[in-house]
Design a protein. Structure first.
Length: 475
């Protein structure tokens, strides 16, 4: 009897424990379809491979995705994983079409920025589902897109889909450091251009903006600013701090930087930014909308674009003009010595098509001190904006209305940078589309507890699946 009582007690305790566990486990309104389960499995595998640019292993990630594609029936010759250096990996895969049209390229990067466990609420390299979100480093930037493209390539293969053009997938490394060591997209362009050559590319960058639970805009990034740094240097003979002189290297540099802080480059539009402002005005209050219309007019109103009105919005100001901002400062060598050296680094984000040499000349003019030497750091990646091609933009617009009725398709210029600049520079027009819908006020890429809506993850997968089919034709 005692044994029977214990067995019953243990059984009751176990059932209670199961009920308690079930009450705290994530609950789905609907079971995942086979395609959604495939998308989740690939996403989880990719997220849980640590691919931090400096310390992680993008080679492992590239090989894992290559194995997925081969297992789905892609021939060995059409799936190639490359490792240009230890722990660095790139993947190129091809779904062959009829060849009636030039290929389309699907690009995503495998590397992610660092994430410290102590800074996060969860382990950043484990995919966690909580309160309707997937949390992990890279969950949005950019492993969602990499996983979606791999998933959809497998779907196309399973369906026996025969497009009018080859569909090429490229997953690359080191995007988060602008491919500074030429191990990622630059390496592919230099060594295997034939494998990734395409009529145009889809890349990360655009997203679906949600406000008060409703999708209001759908961005298509067609161009980006040119990122270029400059070193400012002032040298001086120095001396003992007990005998100060007026000619102080730190003061000279500081005065030049103050002059730079008060300077603004002139307003300049391109096809993308003009369309952006034309469409964004409808979301603004009456005064801001009027200011936008004023700066778009044939005779722009200078007061409308001032830093007390439209340019007071840092995001809008970055779309209006080239910007140069001091980001690093260093000077002196001892507390009891006059400084012999003072330096600063300035980061410029230059409007596409603007002359880089003229930017340096402008800096020198604004600093207004011939003792402040200006040295360019590195070489710019110059690329023309991708044209707002009617066939591409029209299909994006049509499909967007199916998924997010009423959302405005918004051409955008990135003030940041993606590897799209290298593709455009190589003559491959690039349209940046991530299709993750998220709150406009909850942007967490590169930050603590990066996350994406579970609903948006599956919705974005399906959107990209259909968009690529629409752009590739066939059947």
């Amino acid at each position: 009897m005692i044994l029977e009582f214990c067995r019953r007690a243990i059984c009751a305790t176990s059932i209670a424990a199961l009920i308690a566990a079930a009450s705290t486990a994530p609950v789905r309104a609907e079971a995942l379809s086979p395609q959604q389960q495939l998308a989740f499995d690939i996403y989880k595998e990719l997220v849980e491979i640590n691919t931090v640019t400096a310390t992680g292993d993008t080679k492992q990630a590239a090989e894992a995705m290559a194995a997925r594609l081969r297992a789905a029936g892609f021939p060995e010759a059409d799936v190639q994983a490359f490792s240009p250096a230890p722990r660095k990996g790139n993947l190129v895969a091809r779904l062959r079409g009829s060849g009636a049209r030039k290929p389309i390229l699907l690009l995503a990067h495998l590397d992610v920025v660092p994430a410290n466990r102590e800074d996060w609420s969860f382990d950043p390299f484990k995919l966690i589902e909580k309160d309707g979100y997937y949390y992990a480093r890279g969950s949005g930037d950019d492993k969602f897109m990499a996983a979606a493209f791999v998933t959809n390539m497998i779907r196309y293969k399973q369906e026996g889909y025969k497009p009018d053009r080859d569909i090429i997938l490229a997953l690359e490394t080191d995007e988060e450091i602008l491919d500074a060591n030429a191990m990622g997209i630059q390496w592919l362009l230099k060594n295997h251009r034939d494998l990734i050559d395409a009529e145009f590319a889809l890349n990360e960058g655009g997203g679906v903006g949600v406000k008060d639970g409703k999708a209001i805009r759908n961005s298509v990034q067609t161009t980006e600013k040119v990122s270029l740094g400059y070193l400012l240097t002032v040298k001086n003979r120095g001396g003992h701090s007990s005998i100060p002189v007026r000619d102080n290297a730190i003061y000279r540099l500081a005065e030049g930087l103050v002059r730079l802080s008060k300077f603004s480059f002139p307003q300049k539009f391109n096809e993308t930014t003009r369309a952006y402002f034309e469409r964004i005005a409808q979301f603004e209050n009456e005064q801001t909308a009027a200011d936008i219309r004023a700066v778009l007019s044939d005779k722009p109103d200078p007061s409308a674009m001032s830093f007390t009105r439209l340019a007071a919005n840092p995001g809008y100001n970055a779309q209006l003009r080239t910007t140069c901002v001091a980001t690093m400062l260093e000077g002196g060598h001892a507390i009891n010595a006059l400084p012999q050296l003072a330096t600063a680094k300035v980061n410029c984000r230059i409007m596409p098509g603007e002359n880089v040499d003229e930017v340096k000349a402008t800096l020198e003019r604004v600093l207004a001190d011939d003792q402040i030497a200006v040295t360019q750091l590195g070489q710019p990646v110059l690329s023309a904006p991708s044209a707002l091609h009617e066939e591409i933009m029209g299909k994006i617009e049509k499909l967007s209305q199916e998924f997010w009725p009423g959302a405005v398709v918004l051409p955008t210029m990135s003030a940041g940078a993606t590897d799209g600049s290298y593709l455009r520079n190589a003559g491959i027009p690039t349209y940046c589309r991530s299709e993750l819908a998220g709150d406009l006020n909850d942007f967490r890429a590169h930050g603590k507890d990066e996350r994406v809506l579970v609903k948006s993850f599956y919705e974005g997968n399906d959107y990209l699946y259909r968009l690529v089919k629409m752009l590739s034709g066939g059947g």
